[in-house]
Design a protein around this ligand. Structure first.
Ligand SMILES: CC(C)(COP(=O)(O)OP(=O)(O)OC[C@H]1O[C@@H](n2cnc3c(N)ncnc32)[C@H](O)[C@@H]1OP(=O)(O)O)[C@@H](O)C(=O)NCCC(=O)NCCS
Length: 172
């Protein structure tokens, strides 16, 4: 059973194990903020401020980082944006997820996505935007499995790929 929730102070060991599952140049997939040397409690305080929308950097919206726990170990994470800005409306959307490389193809991303939709529903959002690269088959399978309806595909000139933009009903 997977539990999706915010980190607490007692999760430091689980968090550090999850960090070690990722190559250093891909740390964004497990945390946007934590980097070697950052104190864990300072990191938690930053996550809390981001979630409450306090002291956000220019162009950032309130967002909550939720971690997927299975048997007390972190298998992945979901970044949940509470609202969109111009950039997220095109690329990024409300929800971004990642599963540790050694934990893939066990249905964890799908389950985290389902629980993230419930989280956003409780925040008052009935429909959310989710975007994914045309080449990321696993990602768009997850979105379509949860009722995602594609609005369009747009060209991402930085990544040189089409991006699929979907709307998902959070009650699905
Ligand atoms: C994309 C990602 C989150 C999928 O995580 P996962 O836990 O392996 O996904 P799931 O096990 O829930 O699988 C979801 C579906 O995708 C399929 N799938 C998973 N990996 C796949 C792959 N490499 N190729 C094809 N299909 C794949 C599964 O079979 C499943 O389909 P099904 O429901 O029809 O059986 C993971 O590969 C990842 O973290 N990638 C890097 C980060 C990323 O790309 N995030 C998405 C950004 S939009």
């Amino acid at each position: 059973m997977l539990i999706l929730r915010e980190l607490t102070l007692s999760d430091e060991n689980a968090f550090m194990s999850a960090v070690r599952a990722w190559p250093e140049h891909e740390l964004d997939w497990i945390s946007f903020d934590w980097r070697p040397g950052v104190n864990f409690s300072d990191h938690l305080a930053k996550l809390k401020r981001d979630s409450l929308g306090i002291g956000l950097a220019e162009g950032r919206v309130p967002h909550t980082m939720l971690y997927g726990f299975v048997d007390n170990a972190i298998v992945g994470r979901v970044s949940v944006r509470h609202q969109l800005n111009d950039h997220l409306s095109q690329r990024g959307g409300h929800v971004g997820y990642a599963v540790n490389p050694d934990q893939r193809r066990k249905g964890y991303a799908s389950e985290m996505f389902k629980q993230a939709l419930q989280f956003l529903h409780h925040k008052g959002l009935d429909k959310v935007l989710v975007t994914t690269s045309e080449t990321n088959l696993a990602s768009w399978k997850i979105i379509e499995k949860h009722g995602g309806l594609m609005e369009n595909k747009i060209w991402d000139s930085t990544e040189k790929t089409f991006v699929r933009r979907y709307w998902v009903d959070t009650k699905n």
